[in-house]
Design a protein around this ligand. Structure first.
Ligand code: SAH
Length: 459
């Protein structure tokens, strides 16, 4: 047998050149082809590293000394960047992040999709890439008689206190701090995960970027929210923009934040926000894009690629609360949206009414089941829009698209690898990928969203 020994050993010091970044932002260097993962190292840097773990096909190393620095390296602005893990790229400046995301998109298209010369545009980034998140979900714990609210330290369940998060809307930071203070004042106990005791598990804040409306959600293990009436009085007084206070009960031993029971204890069931001209109602449990400013950029691109004249029938697969569908409906003859979560479809229908949109129809179900059925019934699309979760489209859906032959396919993706895989299938089925536009929805993280335009080739 010819078992190749790794070229490095534990505790060995090696000089390396960092050539790439992994999905979680670690640098990658190769020693005789053997990959080493090195946290806090950037592509283009050279460094002395110490090998700390050697596995079968790869290893991990610690950065000892950088011998050459990336021109994109910066000091991470967030003081808890290393402990938190919520961001992975703060040690790279924004220009470097955008270049890196474009390069990764190109490489994934070539490697997985065999699309070696597809046009991948420069990433559309934010002018100010900070404080973009419109939703905060902050775990609460007790320390020395007081409350802490912050984040789970990486790879642990210890909660570290945090007053602000640099990618969070500052309104949400203030809401969390104020609610924490009010809970503390009334001696409300925090949930203790180990003992499964105590009351408050999470404070959640949602913020309508355009409307300025705020929703506060307090998640407890207990059926009752202790001191409920005083809390309501003080929260409404301390946060004038609050429109809705919600109590959610989650009595399970689980990492899932929200439980099944949700009660509006003060104000409205919804807050509202706009993306472009379209108004959306957002409840405690609604899925809503977390970066509304960039969502507009993404949807504008999707709309441009759909190239609608008002005569088209469009199918929007994986439509969520109908965000893209309602955007498209303004310029199409008819839009059919399909989505697996029934509550999201209820939201989509409500949002259509809210915007006086009458040419959008929504169905609950799996896209790969509903759309083939529609096709059998004679419903076809001129333009197909898909926006699947990270695992990409089901093959049955791709096959139906290939049979149905919509003139254009607009593929919105949050997973470059599955996008590449699915584009390959569509290319083999008669489509051509014209261009791909990455959009930075999550600055300082390694996530990359993109929209691809495909056209049916002349036959
Ligand atoms: N287009 C929406 C949501 C995209 S997220 C927006 O921009 O806001 C992907 C959505 O696909 C989620 O809402 C998820 O519930 C849904 N989904 C996941 N698997 C599905 C399937 N097999 N069929 C239909 N919808 C699905």
């Amino acid at each position: 047998m010819n078992i190749k020994q790794p070229p490095v050993q534990k505790n060995e010091f090696v000089d390396v050149y960092i050539e790439d970044l992994t999905h979680d932002g670690a640098g990658v260097a190769k020693v005789d082809g053997f990959p080493l993962f090195i946290p806090n190292a950037l592509p283009g840097e050279t460094a002395k590293v110490k090998v700390i773990k050697v596995k079968k096909g790869y290893g991990f190393a610690r950065l000892i000394e950088r011998t050459e620095e990336s021109p994109y390296r910066v000091e991470a602005p967030c003081p808890v960047y290393q402990q938190c893990g919520g961001c992975q790229l703060q040690h790279m400046n924004y220009e470097g992040q955008l270049l890196f995301k474009q390069k990764q998109m190109k490489e994934v298209m070539a490697r997985i999709g065999q699309l070696t010369d597809v046009l991948v545009h420069p990433v559309l980034g934010m002018e100010d890439p900070w404080r973009y998140r419109n939703k905060a979900q902050v775990p609460v714990a007790e320390r020395e008689g007081g409350l802490v609210a912050g984040f789970y330290q990486q790879r642990s369940h210890d909660i570290i206190d945090m007053n602000e998060c640099l990618i969070q809307q500052s309104e949400n930071d203030k809401v969390v701090q104020k609610v924490k203070g009010i809970l503390e004042k009334h001696g409300v106990r925090a949930y203790d995960e180990a003992k499964h005791r105590g009351a408050v598990r999470h404070i959640m804040a949602r913020y309508g970027l355009v409307t300025g409306e705020i929703m506060v959600v307090i998640v407890t293990r207990t059926a009752e929210l202790p001191h409920k009436n005083q809390l309501i009085e003080e929260i409404t007084e301390a946060i004038p923009a609050v429109k809705s206070i919600v109590h959610n009960i989650n009595s399970k031993k689980t990492n899932v934040i929200l439980g099944d029971e949700t009660k509006v204890i003060w104000g409205e069931e919804y807050i509202y926000d706009y993306i472009g001209d379209v108004k959306f109602a957002i409840s405690a449990k609604s899925f809503y894009q977390v970066n509304p400013e960039q969502t507009k950029v993404l949807y504008d691109k999707a709309l441009e690629y759909a190239n609608l004249t008002g005569e088209e029938t469009v199918i929007d697969a994986y439509c969520g609360i109908g965000t893209i569908s309602l955007f498209l409906a303004q310029q199409a003859k008819k839009v059919y949206g399909v989505e697996i979560v029934p509550e999201a479809i209820e939201d989509a229908k409500r949002n259509a009414v809210l915007n006086h949109i009458e040419n959008a129809e929504f169905a609950v179900g799996e896209a790969e089941v509903v759309i083939p059925n529609w096709y059998k019934e004679g419903i076809t699309a001129d333009v197909m829009v898909v926006d699947p979760p990270r695992k990409g489209c089901d093959e049955a859906l791709l096959n139906t698209i290939i049979e149905m032959k919509p003139k254009r396919v607009v593929y919105v993706s949050c997973g470059p690898a599955t996008l590449a895989r699915d584009l390959k299938v569509l290319e083999e089925g008669g489509y051509q990928t014209v261009e791909i536009q990455p959009v930075d929805m999550f600055p300082h993280t390694t996530h990359c969203e993109a929209v691809a335009k495909l056209v049916l080739k002349e036959q």
